[in-house]
Design a protein around this ligand. Structure first.
Ligand SMILES: NC(=O)c1ccc[n+]([C@@H]2O[C@H](COP(=O)([O-])OP(=O)(O)OC[C@H]3O[C@@H](n4cnc5c(N)ncnc54)[C@H](O)[C@@H]3O)[C@@H](O)[C@H]2O)c1
Length: 485
């Protein structure tokens, strides 16, 4: 099966319509790219009279077997003749039977629309397929015509119509796509000369671009749909460690509201901060102490058994400076490195093991993303002046573990590419219940004049978890208001 895309250069209504850009891509490129996503389509053929269009088409991976003669690229040229010409010339270089024609002026069609057209074609023993949309106007109800004497007239229906619903339904034939056999194109005179079958397409995806207003509406709808698709976590499987903490619970609540399937874990048996979403459909809370090998194994087992794939893993659990253990967040001389093993176990070793065991599940996702929550103290040393007079601590083992995490992010990004992306986020200090004195001293150092909050971290996680960051891996995104500059 081939896909035929016809794009002439001299459109009058909207000059150079076929190479006008939506979301940074020409309409021609949008159509070729979509056609190339459909596995049934073996070759995308572009028929154009323009060398510029031909170059754009080839750059997108389409085949341009000929430059269309000018007489087939005029305002009054019959599109059917253009198809005939394209078939004749493509037959010289390719063996094919079936043709799906995708006009460039219908950028809101989806891959699924094309697949439906192909299915309908196969199901109906190769009748030609057209796409139709219910018309908002009806010749028997809300349309009029002017007769010979320029009098306004309404078409009469056999019975009196009081409501629009009583009139027979009318449909507009749209340019979402046509599918037919090459011999049908050769033998018939136009599409209505064929034995027809149809696919109904909702109005929102069936707009043909004819003038500048159609173009403006298509642009708005295209960009809106793309945005919705790019940052869409509905039904995504997202694992969050340390989910019972401040940042973890904020992440959980955001992704819960977005309709994701959540696998939440923490070493807290009754996670207060998750109260609102626990026991809700789509939320699975699994107790796990990342310091215990058997607890990690149990987590791995449950997840492998219960989810079909993993789209995002957020490694957020960590020992922090607030942990009240003797010899941890203490003065330099009293800091005990024996605590470091546990800290490294949670931040690094558990993280590594979890990733290892879930590679298969991650690879089942369309765009899997691993996100490590590190810290600015993974790459910069604390300024002790701001801590003076406060009981806030910044133990060496914390920063060392985060530095290791930033390194491990790069290591994993290289080994897990091209399928799985791995990035880290390094937040600056979050505002909690620190003293005013500490906050004032901290904020004086921040170009954006405030401490971070949970939403700042959530926003950067959304970016890294979504398709917006498709070309980003191995990076450490610093979310610190500029304090580390
Ligand atoms: N708060 C900040 O200012 C700040 C700044 C930069 C980075 N971070 C990082 O953000 C992440 C979240 O921090 P937070 O501020 O929400 O702290 P938090 O203490 O509220 O959350 C950390 C969570 O990790 C869990 N955890 C710790 N050890 C665990 C273990 N052995 N097994 C399972 N779970 C364990 C805790 O129970 C807790 O729920 C951490 O990685 C932290 O290092 C925080």
């Amino acid at each position: 099966m081939i896909c035929l895309i016809c794009a002439r250069s001299g459109s009058k209504g909207l000059p150079n319509k076929n190479i006008k850009k939506i979301d940074g891509k020409t309409l021609l490129a949008i159509t070729i790219q979509l056609a190339k996503e459909v596995k049934e389509i073996k070759k995308v053929i572009v028929s154009t009279d323009s060398k510029t269009y031909a170059r754009i088409a080839k750059n997108e991976g389409a085949t341009v077997p000929f430059i269309r003669p000018k007489f087939l690229a005029l305002d009054h040229t019959n599109e059917w003749d253009v198809w005939k010409h394209a078939i004749k010339h493509t037959e010289k270089i390719l063996n094919f039977e079936d043709v799906i024609v995708l006009p460039v002026v219908s950028p809101l069609r989806t891959k699924n629309d094309i697949i439906k057209i192909i299915k309908e074609y196969k199901k109906n023993k190769k009748k030609a397929v057209v796409t139709i949309t219910e018309s908002s106007n009806n010749p028997f109800y809300n349309m009029v015509f002017l007769d010979k004497n320029k009098n306004i007239k309404k078409l009469k229906y056999k019975k009196k119509l009081f409501r629009r619903q009583e009139a027979p339904k009318f449909f507009d034939v749209r340019t979402v796509g046509y599918m037919l056999h090459k011999n049908t194109i050769k033998q018939k005179k136009n599409i209505f000369d064929c034995n027809l079958s149809y696919i109904k397409i909702p109005k929102a995806r069936a707009l043909d671009i004819d003038d500048k207003y159609d173009f403006m509406i298509s642009k708005i709808l295209y960009e809106k749909t793309k945005k919705e698709k790019t940052i869409n976590f509905k039904n995504k499987y997202i694992l969050i460690t340390g989910s019972a903490g401040f940042i973890g619970s904020s992440l959980a609540s955001h992704f819960f509201n977005q309709g994701a399937n959540l696998i939440l874990t923490d070493k807290i048996k009754k996670p207060e901060k998750l109260k609102k979403i626990l026991n809700k459909n789509k939320v699975n809370y699994i107790y796990c102490d990342l310091n215990s090998i058997s607890s990690i194994k149990n987590l791995q087992k449950i997840i492998i058994k219960s989810v079909p794939r993993l789209d995002v893993i957020i490694h957020n659990a960590s020992s922090t400076g607030d942990d009240n253990i003797k010899g941890w967040a203490d003065n330099f001389k009293n800091q005990l490195t024996e605590h470091w093993d546990k800290v490294f176990q949670v931040s690094l070793k558990a993280n590594f093991e979890i990733n290892k065991s879930f590679v298969k599940l991650l690879k089942k996702s369309k765009n899997p993303s691993i996100i490590n929550i590190a810290s600015i103290y993974g790459f910069m040393a604390p300024d002790w002046k701001i801590y003076k007079g406060d009981n806030i601590k910044n133990p060496a083992g914390y920063g060392v573990s985060k530095a290791g995490l930033i390194y491990m992010t790069k290591w994993l990004a290289k080994i897990l590419g091209p399928k799985i992306r791995v990035n880290s986020i390094s937040p600056g200090g979050l505002i909690r219940n620190q003293s005013n004195r500490f906050i004032k001293k901290y904020v004086e150092k921040v170009p954006l004049s405030r401490m971070a909050n949970e939403q700042d971290v959530v926003n950067s996680v959304i970016f890294l978890a979504s398709d917006m960051s498709n070309y980003i891996t191995g990076q450490n995104i610093v979310v610190d208001g500029g304090i580390s500059l």
